[in-house]
Design a protein around this ligand. Structure first.
Ligand code: SF4
Length: 350
């Protein structure tokens, strides 16, 4: 539906990012990376939820040394996230990281960046150049007088050019801020200047509820403009929630399908059953079902039959009961207490 900006294809482990490949879902662990058992456990939970690429913070040599043990126990491609110390990037690559994320602006001299680039070249792994609003270069900040989209895009492009000048183009680029409008405009500018895949997200977007909404607004707007090849929802909380939110964003924009598409009405004064309980019960069970179908749970006869009929299967409720529709055909009337279980039985048989 949206025409996607054409980008190069960059391979991270066995995942292809950019081009016509599906928009990828990433997350980042919040365990201490050196704690291999806790990190592996979290990565496995993230993978079960649908995470496709995982990033871990490498803040010292102990974290870098943990990478081989973590990799032995997971299937996802692993990105080492490095700030300041180029030696951590080098050691992470030597230890099997499938990609490193660096901010050339805080890695230091060109020699140090070159050392990281040479190591990435040797192992043929991509580098993500990740620029954040919080680390904008002084000269850019002074020139624009504030953190602006133009300044952020310029900072990211400057970092990319440094690495390109060192002879490396196996790159993914990100430019993040906690402000959705700033991120949207900066990435829009970036997308007109670069054809590397863009990793998008709203950084430090908040706790689960507000952060999910802010991320959906920022990431969703960019995706609807055809911008973004891999996404990360950043939430203060269990990173598994990041994956749930990312999937809803992609599914909501009809860019990817993850199992059942669930439609339910908001309820109103016309509702004569406990629809909220029925919808919650059905939704929880649908998470376990991997079928590319649409299921509708509707509260009354006004919009209910229409939606329920349009869906692959659905219910439309009346007073203390409801009817099940399958592929537009009315199957039967069911009492309120049996509606959820009868609907689920029908779905299982599909
Ligand atoms: Fe109200 Fe019926 Fe619409 Fe649900 S489907 S919100 S009960 S009018």
């Amino acid at each position: 539906m949206f025409s996607r900006r054409k980008t190069r294809v960059i391979t991270v482990g066995d995942v292809k990012v950019g081009g016509d490949n599906p928009i990828c879902i990433e997350s980042m662990t919040n365990t201490k990376t050196r704690d291999v058992a806790a990190t592996v456990e979290q990565i496995k939970r993230l993978e079960d939820e649908g995470c496709e690429i995982i990033r871990v913070a490498v803040s010292d040599m102990k974290d870098a040394q943990a990478i081989p043990k973590i990799k032995e126990n997971i299937r996802l491609p692993l990105i080492a996230d490095i700030h300041f110390d180029y030696r951590l990037a080098i050691r992470s690559i030597e230890n099997g990281a499938d990609k490193v994320r660096i901010n050339p602006g805080n890695i230091g001299s060109k020699d140090r960046i070159l050392a990281v680039v040479d190591k990435a070249k040797e192992r043929s792994i991509p580098i993500r150049i990740g620029v954040n609003a919080g680390s904008l270069e002084k000269d850019i900040l002074e020139r624009y007088g504030a953190i602006t989209p133009e300044g952020l895009a310029e900072s990211a492009i400057r970092s990319v050019r440094i690495v390109e000048d060192l002879g490396y183009e196996n790159l993914i680029v990100s430019m993040k801020s906690s402000s959705a409008p700033l991120s949207i405009e900066a990435n829009r500018i970036l997308s007109t200047e670069l054809d590397y895949p863009l990793h998008i997200g709203i950084t430090e977007s908040g706790t689960s509820y507000a952060g999910s909404i802010r991320s959906a607004v920022g990431i969703g707007t960019l995706l609807s403009m055809g911008i973004g090849d891999t996404i990360r929802v950043s939430l203060t909380g269990d990173p598994v929630d990041e994956i749930k939110c990312a999937k809803e964003i992609l599914q909501g924009l009809e860019l990817r399908k993850f199992g059942v598409n669930f439609v339910s009405c908001p309820t109103c004064g016309r509702t004569d059953v406990d629809l909220i309980s029925i919808a919650n019960k059905v939704e929880i069970e649908l998470k376990k079902i991997n079928k590319g179908i649409t299921v509708a749970v509707m509260g009354c006869v006004v919009n209910g039959p229409g939606e329920a009929k349009d869906a692959d299967i659905g219910i439309a409720c009346g007073k203390g009961s409801g009817v099940i529709f399958k592929k537009g055909v009315l199957l039967r009337k069911v009492s309120e207490e049996d509606l959820a279980s009868e609907l689920l039985k029908e779905i299982e048989s599909m």
